[in-house]
Ligand binder design. Structure first.
Ligand code: HEM
Ligand SMILES: [Ca+2]
Ligand SMILES: [Ca+2]
Length: 301
């Protein structure tokens, strides 16, 4: 199944209202709660990295499979499933049985970025939904953990056809959204490449001793947490990356120059982020007669 099966016009006859319908649903979800834009963007990433952009992350466990929701990178962490179900219900009202949940994730991710002040782009659609999901696949390390080395980050993205530059650009998604204390505790207490007043500030709501405060959240971008801009990269220059995997992108290694460029040129970040999002959205889609168009995103038909 090659990438060319996806196109922005895939639904132009069968569901011309899909884009306006998804956008208005994402708009109202974000006005209810600004963080949801970040959560929707992350869902698309975690979907695409496990067996391609096929909606697999949305499936609840069944008697015949254990799905991805409780796998390490997702458990207690990914969110926004209720909003996805709402968007799907709106889309089903205008064109029943036509638009896949995998496409809804791709469109909602694009709309979230644009609504929060980031770039807008033509999103390719035409993906179909998986009939199954795999706990083991989601748990296998294909989604890199925040403790990763730089070379692990580069290799995990390379395995999906994404370059080191794409990886850095996509990490710029951490310009919005939040992370739990358990994902950055070690960094704020034990690492030395961190601004000390920033570390102190984050320690306030993230006690040293686990499991106390494990689920307390903090903004990934300390400067403009609800705006999609390039300040995430400026923060890295001043050692204010929250996750180990954020700061490692600017720590004397091969990606320093890209971080510097994005921190000084918002347009360069915007351009490369869009290119990388389109590449990510092209990862192993189900097309043709493979898979199905789910009626409900949380279960196979
Ligand atoms: C480079 C490797 C990456 C690592 C190691 C990583 C790791 C993480 C971690 C640990 C969190 C916090 C999760 C929690 O506390 O439960 C997070 C949040 C987030 N990630 Fe990443 N991430 C990476 C790449 C990406 C990419 C490629 C995107 C999207 C294009 C993305 C979008 C987000 C967003 C938007 C949030 C906040 C979600 C929310 O507030 O609900 N991340 N990431
Ligand atoms: Ca998937
Ligand atoms: Ca920001």
């Amino acid at each position: 199944d090659d990438d060319d099966d996806l196109s922005s016009g895939f639904y132009s006859k069968s569901c011309p209202k899909v884009f306006s319908t998804v956008k208005s649903a994402v708009h109202s979800a974000i006005s209810n709660q600004r963080r949801i834009g970040a959560s929707l963007l992350r869902l698309h990433f975690h979907d695409c990295f496990v067996n391609g952009c096929d909606g697999s992350i949305l499936l609840d466990d069944t008697s015949s499979f254990r799905g991805e929701k409780t796998a390490r990178p997702n458990n207690n962490s990914v969110r926004g499933f209720g909003v996805v179900d709402k968007i799907k219900a709106q889309v089903e009202k205008v064109c029943p049985g036509v638009v896949s949940c995998a496409d809804i994730l791709a469109i909602a991710a694009r709309d979230s970025v644009a609504i929060l002040g980031g770039p807008d782009w033509k999103v390719k659609v035409g993906r179909r939904d998986s009939k199954t999901a795999s706990f083991n696949d989601a748990n296998s390390g294909v989604i890199p953990p925040p403790t990763s080395t730089l070379s692990n980050l580069i290799n995990r993205f390379k395995a999906k056809g994404l370059s080191a530059k794409d990886m850095v650009a996509l990490s710029g998604a951490h310009t919005i959204g939040k992370a739990r204390c358990t994902t950055f505790r070690d960094r704020i207490y034990n690492e030395s490449n961190i601004d000390s007043s920033f570390a102190k500030q984050r320690q306030n709501k993230c006690p040293r001793k686990a499991p106390s405060g494990d689920n307390n959240v903090a903004d990934l971008d300390v400067t403009t947490p609800t705006k999609f801009d390039n300040l995430y990269f400026k923060n890295l220059l001043s050692q204010k990356g929250l996750l180990h995997s954020d700061q490692i992108l600017f720590n004397g290694g091969s990606t320093d120059s890209v971080v510097k460029r994005y921190s000084s040129k918002p347009s360069s970040f915007a351009e490369d982020f869009v290119k990388a999002m389109i590449k990510m959205g092209d990862i192993e889609p189900l097309t043709g007669s493979d898979g199905e168009i789910r009626k409900h995103c949380a279960k196979p038909n």
